[in-house]
Design a protein around this ligand. Sequence first.
Ligand SMILES: Cc1cc2nc3c(=O)[nH]c(=O)nc-3n(C[C@H](O)[C@H](O)[C@H](O)COP(=O)(O)O)c2cc1C
Length: 331
Amino acid sequence: MPLPSQLEGRLRVPVVAAPMFLVSGPELVIETCKAGALGTLPALNQRTTAGLDEWLTRIDEELGATPGSAPYGVNLIAHRTNPRLQADLEVIVEHEVPLVITSLGAATEVVEAVHSYGGLVFHDVTGVAHARKAAAVGVDGLILVSAGAGGHAGSLNPFALMAEVRPWFEGTILLAGCLSTGRDVLAARAMGADLAYLGTRFIATEESMASDGYREMIVDAGAADIVYTPAISTIPANFLRESIVAAGLDPEHLAEPEKVDLSHVTNPHAEGEGGAVPAKPTSEAKAWRDIWSAGQGSGAIDAVLPARDLVVRLAEEYEAAREQLCGGGTR
Ligand SMILES: Cc1cc2nc3c(=O)[nH]c(=O)nc-3n(C[C@H](O)[C@H](O)[C@H](O)COP(=O)(O)O)c2cc1C
């Protein structure tokens, strides 16, 4: 599919740096966009709507002063338990944020508000039923979050997910899960994605808000160091094993959550940043802040880089892979 006109010709490489709770802030967005990939951040990484307004003002100014920058995006948790949804959406409309990424709910109101100024809405899904619901409310793009992704990953193989969505969805498709290199980005395109959605790879950048320990743990980790469990966030998510151990928990014997409680994600600033670990009351550690999420793509991440260098590297790897595979060779 061609990219929507708002994005066509605006990206140096078909990459979106995915929004990550407590990790993506304005520095990462600005440097990513200046280098030519689409940078994003979750609205809830700011404690207040006024703070979000300040961040967006800064991003608009910096990117406005740098011709050729890629557009940016903001992630909205479009769930009824997010008390800031309406206020944050108003600020997004005021700033005419080019891309809004919705998660945990696709709402007609959000789509209408963003379309009113010509913006785009992409929605992330881990399965086909939610993809159909989001398509029905008119989102412009679907983000297919497959098994092994950082954060609240899905459990479906990316080929299987793509095969069940690409044939009927006419909008933009992004693939997420374990994409770390430019060659991976090309593979996602070959599978039918228009854009690649990279989270974990962007944690290991100098501009991410992750601590040094978090970044280094990702550089050192392989896929076997990632634990997929509902115990930390009450719905299944991927976490670095070593950070679970450091929090005093046994990754092999994590308690099953009694019920799904996403308030630490949808209303994170209510009880302290990051929310408490729901399933382990004896631990002082907090999900996301102390128990660190990352995807199985960690194994391909070998260094912490400035975001600019990462985007340049992704673009070079992408072109080299394309040349090698499509450059007229015999195989
Ligand atoms: C630390 C962390 C925090 C995340 N926070 C969010 C979030 O706030 N909102 C969201 O839509 N996705 C969130 N995600 C998911 C990412 O946006 C993206 O789907 C995922 O990282 C892609 O898979 P990858 O990490 O294998 O590249 C998070 C992922 C990580 C690793």
